[in-house]
Design a protein around this ligand. Structure first.
Ligand code: KG4
Ligand code: ZN
Length: 379
């Protein structure tokens, strides 16, 4: 079947079209069309994602991205379609999107797709609403079933993109990005429990904030990581005095704000040269890796997990990946990681989750119009 997938939970606007076949044990995915616009550079000056701006950008870019994805998939044809009267009501809160919808979608032939999967939550509510309302409008006008997807499930299932991947249950998923830090106990297909999460900043957010203290550009994660690598390769002497917040808290939760504050004390009022910055970057990264691996290890032991699944933009971090590889090897469990393009927010993972839900028949919302976005949706 062909699935159109839409993702707008944060600062990436993404539309993808997947061809999906096979069953739960052996799904196969081919990307027919994929278009993504990252707003990250627009939010850079705010030091984080600015919800109103994100919503406006999603509304502006969704239809051009849809058109590009359909064209790439060879599914775009011009042919007038009469729009449903419900369109105005569904898109009344998104006037710019409604304007483009009336102008562009009304001239498109209904594409040969079977279902639409869309992120329902969690994320920034205004951003989620734009994507969901857009998906509802398409679903009603094109008479296609709509599959609401939990964004975190998208991250968990993203490694399935690689052919032959098998998740051995139970699994532990460590999801780390600019917006989330979670340990998810994946007991079986679609059976999740969040067993650990951050009490304050997300890991990526901590990287970004520490980078700002060191006058490094946004997003700061890759910059910190580069400097930390330099400190390691030059074998610069570092001390281990930065805290490992909640490492011994006895639960699986995280906290990164204390670590960030400790770095702030270390740097404030000092002139930092490249060497000093590299040392601090390494000390910070080491502290993060230490906490992440110890909590993940504990989660695996507690749940007797057979698979460790990593997801989120922070898995681009080499040191974190290296230590997760060592951990999985030591505990003799399978490690699954999506390719980087699927680790950061994207629509392909939403399509993958949509197909798995379709196979499990956990879809078909009876009331498409009444479907609500939920910024705090839990797995
Ligand atoms: O999943 P993602 O692309 O998007 C959002 O969360 O919105 O994750 C982005 C986060 C940013 O905080 C960025 O600094 C962090 O991932 N990041 C990294 C690295 N590459 C990206 N953090 C540490 N090391 C990296 N190499
Ligand atoms: Zn995400």
């Amino acid at each position: 079947m062909k699935i159109l997938a839409i993702e707008t939970s944060c600062d990436e606007t993404a539309v993808a079209i997947l061809e999906a076949t096979g069953n739960l044990e052996n799904p196969k995915f081919t990307v027919l069309g994929d278009s993504l616009y990252s707003q990250a550079h627009l939010h850079a000056e705010y030091g984080g994602v600015y919800p109103t701006l994100a919503k406006r950008e999603h509304a502006k870019n969704l239809i051009p991205l849809l058109k590009t994805a359909l064209q790439e998939a060879g599914l775009f044809e011009e042919n007038p379609t009469e729009l449903s009267e419900k369109t105005n009501k569904i898109l009344e809160r998104e006037p710019e999107l409604l304007g483009q919808f009336i102008q562009i979608v009304s001239k498109m032939k209904i594409p040969d797709i079977d279902a639409i999967a869309v992120t329902q939550g969690p994320g920034l509510a205004p951003a989620l609403w734009v994507g969901l309302n857009f998906a509802k409008a398409l679903s009603i006008n094109w008479n296609k079933s709509l599959i609401p997807i939990n964004h975190m499930e998208g991250h968990v299932l993203s490694p399935l993109f690689k052919k032959g991947t098998k998740i051995k249950f139970p699994a532990i998923s460590l999801l780390i990005s600019g917006g989330h830090t979670q340990l998810v106990h994946v007991k079986d297909w679609f059976d999740y429990e969040i067993i650990g999460e951050t009490k304050d900043d997300a890991v990526g957010e901590a990287f970004d904030k520490v980078a700002r203290m060191l006058d490094l550009p946004y997003p700061g994660g890759p910059e910190i990581s580069k400097l930390a690598d330099i400190a390691r390769s030059k074998e610069l002497e570092t001390d281990k005095s930065l805290p490992r917040p909640m490492k011994h808290s006895g639960d699986l939760n995280f906290s990164f704000s204390g670590l960030k504050t400790a770095v702030l004390y270390r740097v404030s009022g000092k002139k930092l040269d490249g060497i000093k910055k590299a040392k601090i970057a390494r000390e910070f990264e080491d502290a993060v890796v230490d906490v992440l691996t110890s909590k993940t290890s504990e989660a695996i032991k507690q749940t007797k997990a057979k698979t460790l699944i990593l997801g989120g933009g922070v898995i681009a971090n080499k040191e974190i990946r290296k230590h997760m590889q060592i951990l999985a090897h030591d505990l003799k469990i399978q490690l699954l990681m999506p390719e980087m393009k699927l680790a950061t927010d994207n629509a392909i993972m939403i399509g993958i989750a949509g197909y798995m839900r379709f196979l499990d028949e956990k879809i078909s919302p009876e009331n498409i119009e009444g479907l609500k976005a939920d910024g705090n949706l839990r797995l």
